[in-house]
Write a protein that binds this ligand. Structure first.
Ligand code: FMN
Length: 194
């Protein structure tokens, strides 16, 4: 065995979504953030296009993110569907986390790889971030609010027309218990063929 499989399995199974409401004030250090992002880069990438891009919001820039989310939510959501609770999350969550990373997919100019595969590569990068957070005891939350799919996200994050934002990845140390998870057993999900 090249690695300690029981530790690797523990790490994978311990990865949990921890929401910003449950983060403490404890800061995440710059070297930790760099480790988290450097591990993201080692996700699989078809054709080695390395389509991931990151915009890191910390300090006062989290306010700009909150403003963007709230403003865009109100713009893209019909009035009768707008909910105060959703708007409050857009406004509050960025400030409840010491760091939020917008994780984006940069479309390769040669289009040599299908878009879905570029998206899949970035999803794997986000997973690497989440696993690395778990190793530090940092909670993560992959958030996909409506505004990240709006056209206004492109200028906000400095993206071009065919690029996409795949999510906001919130990080913070939990202020209470690490959450439990649940999964369906493998036998319900697998067909074995011989
Ligand atoms: C592509 C993707 C988008 C997600 N977007 C949201 C989201 O917008 N809001 C949310 O509460 N959770 C979101 N999640 C997190 C899931 O809710 C979470 O993974 C699920 O509840 C399982 O919990 P666990 O991550 O602790 O295993 C997202 C997960 C994925 C893979």
């Amino acid at each position: 065995m090249k690695f300690n499989l029981s530790e690797v399995t523990d790490l994978i199974r311990s990865r949990r979504t921890v929401y910003p409401e449950n983060y403490s004030e404890r800061q995440i250090q710059r070297d930790q953030l760099e480790q988290i992002l450097n591990n993201a880069l080692w996700a699989p990438t078809h054709g080695n296009t390395q389509p991931w891009r990151f915009v890191v919001f910390q300090g006062d820039s989290r306010e700009e993110l909150a403003d963007f989310l709230a403003k865009t939510y109100l713009k893209i959501t019909p009035k009768e569907q707008q909910k105060d609770s959703k708007l409050a999350k857009m406004l509050n969550r960025p400030k409840q986390a010491p760091v939020v990373v917008a994780v984006c997919m940069k479309r390769d100019p040669n289009r040599k790889i299908r878009e879905i595969e570029e998206i899949e590569a970035v999803a794997c990068a986000i997973h690497n971030m989440h696993l690395t957070c778990t190793a530090y005891g940092i909670g993560g939350f992959w958030s996909t609010p409506g505004p990240i799919y709006s056209e206004d996200v492109l200028p906000f994050l400095g993206l071009e027309e065919e690029d996409r934002c795949l999510g906001l990845f919130y990080m913070g140390y939990p202020k209470s218990e690490w959450p439990d998870g649940q999964r369906k057993p493998l036998e319900y999900l697998t067909e074995w063929k011989n």
